[in-house]
Design a protein around this ligand. Structure first.
Ligand SMILES: *[C@@H]1O[C@H](CO)[C@@H](O)[C@H](O)[C@H]1NC(C)=O
Ligand SMILES: *[C@@H]1O[C@H](CO)[C@@H](O)[C@H](O)[C@H]1NC(C)=O
Ligand SMILES: *[C@@H]1O[C@H](CO)[C@@H](O)[C@H](O)[C@H]1NC(C)=O
Ligand SMILES: *[C@@H]1O[C@H](CO)[C@@H](O)[C@H](O)[C@H]1NC(C)=O
Ligand SMILES: *[C@@H]1O[C@H](CO)[C@@H](O)[C@H](O)[C@H]1NC(C)=O
Length: 212
């Protein structure tokens, strides 16, 4: 081989290699400010000063960490591209409301963490269509009212946290929609001791009696 030709060949290979390295993040499809761990399909976008959910999430994502950002709003399509999600962490953001339908289609979601946002109310049936949900954390928000129906009967929900909110009452029917609940966090609300609360009290007595 001619030495000049060999030199060009090596340079050409190097150029090809560097363009491949350059293209790699695009090919793997990890959003710019996130870290993606492909074997576990874990995408970590926490603490990145994000104002919105990245639009180019890998479709096979199972666990999505978005905590410690400044997300104020979730468009209805926020999670449409990641239908396999099992864990979604939105802890410590600036959400003040949630668009109805935002969680629709997350058939496999097991853990939804919305603690430490600024939510003040939730729409009825907001979590409808999350049949697999096991843990729902709504603590440390400003919620003053919860609708009677948030989801369909939650066969598998075991953890329901709404401590540190502004609730004055809670409809017993809501708790009855989660027959398997084992850990219920209710403290630090503005509970009003009226007749409304009586049926909740009776429900809780049975709950405690059953050792939960
Ligand atoms: C909440 O997130 C912000 C960044 O957006 C961070 O500075 C702050 O320490 C976090 N708060 C807690 C309690 O983790
Ligand atoms: C929801 O919150 C965002 C951000 O604070 C606000 O711009 C929007 O108007 C709110 N939407 C509703 C329906 O309250
Ligand atoms: C949440 O409620 C607290 C106590 O009532 C209030 O000081 C705070 O301004 C509220 N925050 C938002 C974002 O509404
Ligand atoms: C509840 O969990 C069991 C066991 O993982 C599963 O087979 C079942 O489909 C779940 N129920 C619903 C409504 O998804
Ligand atoms: C939600 O996240 C907070 C902060 O990391 C944590 O303390 C809490 O246990 C989580 N809730 C659930 C149900 O995993």
């Amino acid at each position: 081989m001619d030495i000049n030709f060999f030199f060009l060949f090596v340079v050409g290979e190097l150029l090809l290699l560097s363009s491949m390295i350059f293209l790699l993040p695009v090919v793997c499809g990890c959003p710019e400010r996130c870290r993606c761990h492909s074997p576990s399909n874990f995408v970590d976008c926490s603490r990145q000063g994000l104002a919105e959910v990245p639009s180019d999430l890998p479709p096979q994502t199972l666990t999505l960490h978005l905590q410690d950002n400044q997300i104020r709003q979730l468009p209805a399509s926020a999670f449409k591209s990641v239908p396999q999600l099992t864990t979604l962490n939105l802890y410590n953001n600036s959400l003040s409301n949630l668009t109805s339908g935002v969680f629709h289609g997350l058939q496999h979601l097991r853990v939804l963490n919305l603690t430490q946002n600024s939510l003040h109310s939730l729409e009825s049936r907001l979590f409808h269509s999350l049949p697999q949900l096991r843990e729902l954390d709504l603590s440390s928000n400003n919620i003053s009212h919860l609708p009677t129906s948030l989801g369909e009967p939650w066969e598998n929900l075991t953890v329901f946290a709404i401590h540190q909110n502004q609730l004055q009452q809670l409809d017993r029917a809501l708790l009855e929609s989660m027959p398997r609940v084992r850990h219920l966090f209710l403290k630090d609300n503005l509970w009003k001791c009226t007749c409304h609360l009586l049926s909740l009290k009776l429900w809780l007595e049975t709950f405690i009696y059953k050792g939960q």
